[in-house]
Write a protein that binds this ligand. Structure first.
Ligand code: GLU
Length: 281
């Protein structure tokens, strides 16, 4: 298929208008291209994911008029696959264990009044405290990180095509931006078996996704995903980052914005066409 996209929500709360826009847009794009649309459940964070929310996702999307092929992939079922990818990176000498908690990172990064720690698309930019620890030293409570400098030194930096209007064009990964603006990302979170970045890259490749459609808030994370694709020898899809749906105050919607949950609009008698209108479609 030359156009296959997906909607990949995390079942950690009710879907709101922002999710509806993302799902409808991906679905419409697939339809317009004569391509396919997949649904994937990103429940890698088992401490926050709930079956109840997963059920609600299926109901809301069906009500919106969307269809997707079965079976739906759930990340919690795919930990061995993520492990395989991790082992590839480990065999290349790019992975190290990290025991630092947030407070350790803040302390190592310096005094808050100096404007540090700095944040990148993977959260706090890691100061490298544990970088020299051997992987064999990894304890059960450690996270696993990618050594960004070594990753760059493999020569795996690629470019990617973006079709969303804000960043439309071809973007080449930049070593300096990765080092200073991203840093040593987490590949496996403490007690999680993987991380968002590793899982999403492996899943998009395994599902043969040709076009990744998602919110603009994830644009900066794309350089991480394209780097991992290069390291793992996986294809790089085309990316389409869309505008975010904001509340009246201009703040982007979050899961906790239950007031804009699709279920509530449904209960109040809104139609799927009303939802489309609300998100400017
Ligand atoms: N699971 C992510 C979220 O709900 C989306 C990831 C993606 O589309 O790449 O924000």
């Amino acid at each position: 298929m030359n156009f296959l996209t997906r909607f990949a929500p995390s079942p950690t709360g009710p879907l709101h208008l922002g999710h509806a826009y993302s799902a409808l847009l991906a679905h419409d794009m697939a339809l317009a291209e004569g391509g396919g649309f997949l649904l994937r459940v990103e429940d890698i964070d088992q401490s926050r994911s709930r079956l109840q929310w997963e059920e609600q996702i299926y109901q809301d999307l069906t009500w919106l008029g969307l269809q997707w092929p079965q079976p739906v992939i759930r990340q919690s079922d795919r930990l061995p696959r993520y492990r395989q990818a991790l082992e590839m990176l480990a065999a290349m000498g790019l992975v190290y264990p990290c025991r630092c908690k947030r407070a350790d990172i803040d302390a190592a990064a310096g005094a808050p009044q100096e404007g540090v720690p700095r944040f990148g698309p993977d959260g706090r930019i890691y100061p490298g405290t544990c970088r020299d620890r051997p992987l064999g030293d990894a304890g059960p409570d450690d996270a696993l990180r990618l050594d960004m400098q070594k990753a760059i030194d493999t020569g795996a930096l690629r470019s990617f095509q973006e079709t969303g209007s804000t960043h439309a064009g071809r973007h080449a990964l930049d070593a300096e931006a990765l080092l200073t603006g991203v840093g040593d990302i987490i590949l496996v979170r403490r007690n999680m078996g993987s991380s968002y970045h590793l899982s999403v890259v492996v899943d998009d490749a395994d599902q043969n996704i040709t076009h990744v459609t998602r919110g603009e808030d994830l644009f900066d994370a794309t350089q991480i995903h394209v780097l991992l694709q290069g390291l793992l020898g996986l294809p790089t899809p085309v990316y389409h980052h869309h505008r975010l749906i904001r509340d009246a105050a201009g703040k982007r919607l979050a899961k906790r914005d239950d007031a804009r949950a699709i279920t509530l609009y449904r209960q109040q008698g809104a139609s799927p066409a009303d939802i489309r209108a609300m998100v400017g479609m």
